[in-house]
Design a protein around this ligand. Structure first.
Ligand SMILES: *[C@@H]1O[C@H](CO)[C@@H](O)[C@H](O)[C@H]1NC(C)=O
Length: 349
């Protein structure tokens, strides 16, 4: 059963027992707030009507980007979400001004983020910005090292990561503009941003110890955009010490905030793989007498998860616009029917 806290997103969910149950729900639109009253006619139409590709609007022709007051056209009218109340679900707070002054409530103890990475905490007033469609949610998969690979310790190697659905290669000054801009999209509707690769040493491939995010072995922001195959490469100079590692991506917008996507229920935007670094790596021949790493014991195959029960559909009380149509299932009901990571690698002498 999906937790009720996320159930409001899905309607018409279909449960297929076992195998690959897939929620066929349409993403219900829920109650759409009334549109804010339009601004007072300061001439916001910037399209010159020269065809399909609209020219980028002038930087600030309307003065909206330099105004320190909120334009009425952008006021959210979101309610507290409890009409009717749902057991276990918290009421959201509401605001007549988009929480524009929210961070003022914490000053001076909680400073404005102001582009800095404030290690003691802060409050960021920048809006989330542009959110892509469900067809443009980023996805990543490590190509090398792959999950459960064994590589040679102490030797330079490349990480190869394949990513789609985001335009990589754009990052701003992380020391001065951290979380400072709204998320933006390119003309294809994809997030403009970048990704990162982080490696953490862990006790073993089967470790259940919770990791400390302050403690990592390798971290690199990926500066480049993808190549034609969607790949980026990051060189790990001198490699890593013998051990077992978790390697993950952190996919981000240009000013380093985590990528934001349009629906709550979606597959992971990031990838994590687990690999072993051993003296001589997988290619050790024993000629030097190095003892191969002991093979990890194969994990027991995971029992196929039961198909998630379809969430109850939201009652769309939308008065105009679309009824929930044939949108893609937002349901995360894909069962993990596959056997778990059962490959224990035999260490080579
Ligand atoms: C890593 O990839 C870069 C770019 O493709 C390449 O120039 C470099 O030689 C590679 N390094 C290793 C250790 O394979």
């Amino acid at each position: 059963m999906l937790p009720s806290s996320i159930s409001y997103l899905v309607t018409l969910a279909l449960v297929l027992p076992g195998g690959r149950g897939k929620a066929a729900g349409a993403a219900a639109k829920g109650t759409k707030g009334a549109k804010g009253t339009q601004g007072t006619g300061t001439g916001t139409s910037t399209n010159t009507g020269t065809g399909a590709t609209a020219a980028a609007p002038p930087a600030d022709a309307t003065g909206l980007q330099s105004s320190t007051t909120i334009d009425p056209s952008v006021i959210q009218t979101t309610d507290d979400g409890q009409n009717p109340p749902v057991t276990g679900q918290s009421a959201a707070t509401t605001s007549p001004n988009n929480f524009a002054n929210f961070c003022a409530t914490g000053l001076p103890q909680v400073p404005i983020t102001n582009g800095l990475q404030i290690t003691t905490g802060s409050c960021n007033p920048t809006p989330i910005g542009n959110i892509p469609s469900v067809d443009n949610m980023p996805s990543s998969k490590f190509q090398s090292p792959k999950n459960l690979d064994t590589i040679a310790s102490g030797q330079t190697f490349n990480v190869t990561l394949k990513t789609q659905g985001i335009q990589l290669g754009t990052f701003t000054n992380a020391a001065k503009t951290y979380f400072a801009n709204p998320q933006t999209l390119n003309t294809q509707g994809q997030i403009i941003g970048h990704t990162h690769i982080v490696m953490e040493a862990i006790p073993s491939l089967t470790s259940t110890a919770v990791t400390n995010p302050q403690d990592f072995t390798f971290f690199k922001g990926v500066d480049n955009g993808q190549d034609a195959q969607g790949n980026v490469e990051v060189e790990v100079t001198n490699g890593v010490q013998p051990g077992v590692y978790r390697m993950c991506t952190i996919v981000s917008s240009a000013t380093h905030q985590p990528a934001i996507v349009p629906v709550a229920q979606h597959g992971s935007l990031d990838d994590c793989v687990y690999f072993t670094a051993a003296p001589g790596g997988a290619d050790a021949t024993g000629a030097t007498g190095a003892t191969g790493a002991t093979g990890a014991t194969g994990a027991t195959g995971a029992t196929g998860a039961t198909g998630a029960t379809g969430a109850t559909g939201a009652t769309g009380t939308q008065t105009k616009g679309k009824t929930a149509g044939t949108g893609k299932a937002a349901g995360a009901a894909k069962t993990a029917g596959k056997a778990g990571a059962a490959k224990g690698k035999a260490g080579k002498a």
